[in-house]
Design a protein around this ligand. Structure first.
Ligand code: ADP
Length: 368
């Protein structure tokens, strides 16, 4: 009987519990034993009761729970080979044949490194006498499949990450609430949303709430952004609009790569010699990550979880490590490292202020 383990890692996102539920139940359905690794890679490194066998009823009701009930953690030890060596030993001691990881690009990079190193980790464990050759016989190869859980929708190669539509819905709801006060008092609100290298949340929230102006990292504002924003806000006010909403991603930049902060935007809107608007800043923060998953994320979590179990069961030593994507509404397997590398390319392009490259990479994702 094969033993399949599932883990959530990196930042939590709505829908991760749906993933765990789907993987546990699909594994059992396929005649396997299902395990959960608690606390992300920390659970693999520490072992013990952080690796637990799960039954069908253990995940009952998890589809509608927010966050991740099996925990997630940043694990420094897993960045280093000795940490991964201990993780490999704990996997074998627990008899785990395959691992499904739901997390962001960091977690998936760690997963691929672990899989690539696996044969040498096993050899080292035997050489050091920590495991006997007969103990490792069955575990010559490690099957790994990734699922992308992130609110930022920042992974290349998939149209939506698990959690992004829940975060977007939460932002829209929060903006709707703020709009009541904005309209009543004729105020301006500068709303900061998450997204360090990815403006998807800010952009889509701006579209969905009819914001006056949006700042995102990939397409930094022109040198005249101050005049441009003020002129647009002025036009909207002249048309009779009583509220002003500006949405700014955490990682918003200007053309020189300088950070555009909510305070800078607020000071500009409030400037007595300009618009002179009564302006407030609202930082939505972790409210965006909390709460239950919207229907779309539950659907994605379930369908992708089922596909992930199929993929680990069908994988052979020759198959490339894959992650489960959704592309043009189809749940499909794609090479994991290609997507991670493409994702990192965007972040690096933004860091070196090559914004044309960053935009070209994002465009390529959508025209794939
Ligand atoms: P995310 O998965 O949301 O991008 P992180 O980048 O924090 O979040 O990654 C989560 C965990 O994955 C880290 O704490 C670490 O244990 C593991 N990890 C990330 N990157 C690597 C890497 N390059 N090598 C090994 N492990 C990694």
């Amino acid at each position: 009987k094969k033993k399949i383990a599932i883990m959530t890692s990196g930042g939590d996102s709505p829908g991760m519990n749906g993933v765990v539920r789907a993987c546990v139940r699909m594994a059992i359905h396929m005649g396997c034993d299902a395990y959960c690794v608690y606390e992300g890679y920390e659970g693999l490194v520490q072992g013990g009761n952080l690796i637990r066998k799960m039954e069908w009823h253990d995940v009952r009701g998890w589809l509608s729970e927010g966050g991740t009930l099996i925990g997630t953690a940043r694990c420094m030890a897993f960045y280093e080979r000795p940490g991964r060596l201990t993780a490999a030993k704990n996997m074998i001691l627990n008899g785990i044949d395959a691992l499904i990881i739901c997390g962001g690009d960091g977690s998936l990079t760690g997963a691929d490194k672990f899989r690539a190193e696996w044969p040498s980790l096993i050899e080292e464990l035997v050489t050091k006498g920590e495991l006997k050759p007969e103990q490792v016989q069955r575990y010559k190869h490690l099957n790994i499949v990734g699922l992308v859980g992130s609110i930022d929708n920042d992974l290349s190669g998939t149209d939506a990450t698990i959690g992004c539509y829940s975060a977007l819905a939460r932002i829209c709801y929060a903006v709707d609430l703020i709009e009541a006060t904005a309209s009543s008092h004729s105020r301006a609100f500068v709303i900061e949303v998450m997204g360090r290298h990815c403006g998807w949340l800010a952009l889509m929230a701006g579209v969905a709430t009819g914001a006056d102006f949006i700042f995102i990292p990939e397409k930094p504002s022109e040198d005249n952004w101050r005049e441009e924003m003020c002129s647009i806000v002025r036009q909207h006010r002249d048309l009779g609009k009583r509220k002003t909403i500006v949405i700014i991603a955490e990682g918003a930049l200007d053309k020189q790569g300088g950070k555009i902060t909510p305070t800078m935007v607020k000071d500009l809107l409030a400037d007595k010699d300009g618009l002179g608007l009564d302006t407030r800043i609202t930082t939505l923060g972790h409210v965006q990550r909390g709460g239950t998953a919207v229907a779309y994320d539950r659907m994605l979590a379930t369908l992708q979880g089922v596909e992930a179990v199929r993929a680990v069961l069908e994988a052979t030593p020759e198959t490339e490590t894959c992650f489960i994507a959704i592309t043009e509404n189809k749940i499909i397997r794609k090479p994991l490292m290609e997507a991670v590398i493409d994702t990192q390319k965007v972040a690096k392009a933004i860091q070196r202020q090559d914004f044309d490259e960053a935009m070209a990479l994002r465009d390529a994702e959508f025209s794939e």
